[in-house]
Write a protein that binds this ligand. Structure first.
Ligand SMILES: [Zn+2]
Length: 111
């Protein structure tokens, strides 16, 4: 399992908690809520809430709450060889220090 940056909201997510980013087997999910997101690597909150056929996905389109959702500048990070999130420009793996304010007031941390 590894960390990655959600291509929709920019937050840091773990593949193990988000169906591998919803990118593999994308045909099993219901994308009607946001067709443009299909094919993107998504966090548990941006990913589909349901499977095709209507059954809810593991987190039903909500942040999993297993760790705080940290939003990062979009497109500035990638998953490096050891599975950590690395800042492209500086090579830093300390992504927390690049955290930005949540865009829509939607921290989704279940409080
Ligand atoms: Zn997201």
């Amino acid at each position: 399992m590894s960390l990655f940056q959600c291509e929709n909201c920019g937050c840091c997510e773990n593949t193990a908690l988000s169906s591998q980013g919803f990118k593999l087997f994308s045909e099993i999910f219901d994308w009607s809520y946001a067709p443009e997101r299909r094919g993107m690597r998504l966090c548990s909150a941006c990913g589909p809430a349901s499977l095709r056929g209507g059954a809810p996905t593991e987190n039903a389109g909500k942040w999993h709450g297993r760790f705080p959702r940290v939003f990062l500048p979009k497109g500035e990070f990638f998953t490096n060889a050891v599975g950590n999130l690395e800042h492209k420009e500086t090579g830093s793996e300390d992504y927390q220090k690049f955290a930005i304010e949540a865009v829509k007031g939607n921290s989704g941390e279940g409080r």
